[in-house]
Design a protein around this ligand. Structure first.
Ligand code: ADP
Ligand code: MG
Length: 238
């Protein structure tokens, strides 16, 4: 378990400023959703937290420890992406075990962690299947399982449901909510879908062109938008 702090984080690509000084304070076990339109900088922000992208200025801290210079593997973070990036030639078990093998986790420990995640995600019957033999929702669960087995301090999600059809998206939303209740891992979740954000978030951040326009509990943001952008974005149909 951990806290995650972004302190005046900025990002430029060459002369283009993409993130204009963002402050975020994720409490231990809190689920924060960043919502905003395509291109507003959500993925860039997550990639900086994960260490996949350098930051131009500011500071990122995990448990109050500065991680600006830390390699991705040192940050104790797991990220779930929009395209699940499963290994097609590996079984579900091996997909989930892969990161642990790389980290030289003992075999029996790997087996125990994968079994526990598979149970949690209702993937027990599918452990020997290949990703192509699974439904979209099952693949999404494998991607979640791969993150869970690493027991990260912080979870990052980048639009993990946006490749699913509408019905499955609603179902997986509920499953993620349930999982969050059971695991209580500090999480930063990115989506362009305001309904998804309202459903999942302890607090939500509405992002507009590289600026965090408003941070608050979903109902608070919904009932009391602080900018015209927030009012328009939250009020518009999904
Ligand atoms: P979102 O995830 O909210 O759709 P992104 O973080 O992907 O937004 O992108 C934010 C902005 O940064 C976009 O204008 C995008 O073109 C730009 N951008 C993202 N990555 C790069 C990069 N590697 N080089 C230059 N510009 C980039
Ligand atoms: Mg994105």
């Amino acid at each position: 378990m951990a806290t995650l702090t972004l302190d005046n984080v900025r990002k430029s690509f060459g002369a283009t400023d993409v993130i204009h000084g963002v402050d975020i304070d994720v409490k231990d076990g809190e689920f924060i959703v960043i919502v905003g339109p395509s291109g507003c900088g959500k993925s860039t922000l997550l990639r900086m937290v994960a260490g996949l992208e350098g930051i131009t200025s500011g500071e990122i801290r995990i448990d109050e420890k500065r991680v600006n210079e830390a390699e991705p593997m040192e940050r104790n973070i797991a990220m779930v992406f929009q395209n699940y990036a499963l290994y097609p030639h590996m079984s579900v078990f091996d997909n989930m075990a892969y990161g642990l093998k790389i980290a030289k986790t003992p075999k029996d420990e790997i087996a125990a962690r994968v079994a526990s995640a598979a149970k949690l995600l209702q993937l027990e019957p599918y452990l020997q299947r290949k990703p192509r033999e699974l439904s979209g929702g099952q693949r999404q669960r494998v991607a979640m399982g791969r993150a869970i087995v690493r027991k990260p301090a912080v979870f990052l999600f980048d639009e993990p449901l946006s490749n699913l059809d509408a019905k499955l998206r609603v179902q997986m939303r509920l499953e993620i909510k349930q999982l969050q209740r059971e695991l209580g891992v500090t999480s930063l979740y990115v989506t362009h879908d305001q309904v998804e954000a309202m459903t999942l978030a302890d607090r939500m951040i509405v992002m507009n062109a590289g600026v965090a326009d408003q941070i608050g509990a979903p109902l608070e943001v919904y009932e009391n938008p602080q900018t015209e952008f927030v009012a328009g974005f939250i009020g518009s149909p999904a």
